[in-house]
Design a protein around this ligand. Structure first.
Ligand code: GDP
Length: 308
């Protein structure tokens, strides 16, 4: 199974799937278009969310960072008049310091992620979508903003008119990502933000084609439930970009790639219109609050995909 994810929504499904699939049967392919350099370190937020979640040390309430982390470094930084809007916990900072040191030694983000994951006891491979530089930009009513300026500093309040992924076309999937997408018997788009997490992965040169070439089923899990995002700006953004804020909007957005979509049981009314697009629809409980929810959704998804 190849699972494409951004941060928190996708990581929850990754955890569920990791509990039911052995490490050689699941690879998590992660968005890196949110990566940026901050106070001298290279931060890869979605990669770390996947890694911390699968290793069991994530902070479940924040959706980023490490549970029980402290913020002494950032407080000290504030005393010097340094930027404090991007909260990096002390342990989280260590991850980013080590990543940055290894990058300076010339290691790839893929190799670094493998080393960090192994040290944290993560068994399932987590692969950055590319080792090349891709950066999400948003054209907003307050001008062009980089992803972190929009998401963290401005708390996703600006109205977005357009999103682009700088460098994506020239970027290439890594050899491991290409191999996984070629050999996967099921490709899953996690319930991640379609335009901020999944689209940047699909925008990397060659990834869309690789998914199309693979005859295996490709299934999405809707991040939109009853017209709303579970958290974050997905619903607001889809609306601002003129897309329908529903699983139907999500299915339309990926219709050329999808064999099926899993939508929440509260959204069953959309099934008929989705199936009219040539995309199979299944309703399940998709809100993942407990570990049991994540495992149940993962199992149900795998069972359903067998029929596609
Ligand atoms: P980000 O990079 O942290 O924004 O993370 P993602 O793009 O992976 O996830 C954000 C999306 O996950 C939002 O659109 C949420 O609606 C969705 N999401 C979060 N938790 C759940 C859940 O339990 N079930 C479903 N279906 N979607 C979820």
């Amino acid at each position: 199974v190849a699972l494409l994810v951004g941060g928190v929504g996708g990581a929850k499904l990754a955890l569920g799937l990791s509990k039911v699939l052995p490490s050689d049967a699941l690879t998590v392919i992660v968005n890196t278009a949110d990566d940026f350099e901050h106070i001298g370190v290279y931060v890869s937020p979605d990669v770390d969310t996947a890694m911390y979640t699968l290793s069991g040390i994530a902070n479940p309430s924040a959706g980023w960072g490490i549970g029980g982390d402290t913020f002494q470094a950032i407080e000290m930084l504030g005393r010097y008049g340094g930027p404090t809007w991007f909260r990096l916990g002390d342990k989280d900072l260590a991850t980013n310091l080590q990543r940055t040191a290894w990058l300076r030694e010339g290691l790839s983000l893929t190799e670094i992620t493998r080393r960090l994951s192994r040290a944290l006891g993560v068994e399932h491979p987590i692969l950055p979508m590319t080792d090349d530089k891709v950066a999400t930009w948003l054209e907003t009513d307050q001008g062009a903003l980089s992803f972190q300026e929009y998401f963290v500093r401005e708390r996703w309040q600006p109205v977005v008119r357009r999103i682009w992924y700088e460098g994506a076309e020239a970027a290439r999937p890594t050899a491991c990502v290409a191999e996984v997408l070629e050999g996967a018997r099921l490709i899953v788009f996690g319930p991640s933000n379609p335009v901020l997490s999944i689209d940047p992965i699909l925008a990397v040169g060659g990834i869309r084609d690789a998914i199309r070439r693979n005859q295996a089923p490709c299934v999405a899990v809707s991040p939109i439930i009853a017209g709303q995002a579970v958290r974050g700006p997905a619903a607001k953004l889809l609306g601002e970009l003129g897309l329908e804020v529903s699983p139907l909007g999500v299915a339309r957005h990926y219709a050329d790639l999808l064999s099926g979509i899993i939508l929440d049981e509260n959204d069953a009314a959309f099934c008929q219109e989705i199936e009219a697009l040539g995309v199979r629809a299944a309703t399940l409980r998709t809100l993942m609050q407990t570990e049991e929810d994540k495992i149940q959704l993962a199992e149900a998804l795998l069972n359903w995909a067998e029929e596609l």
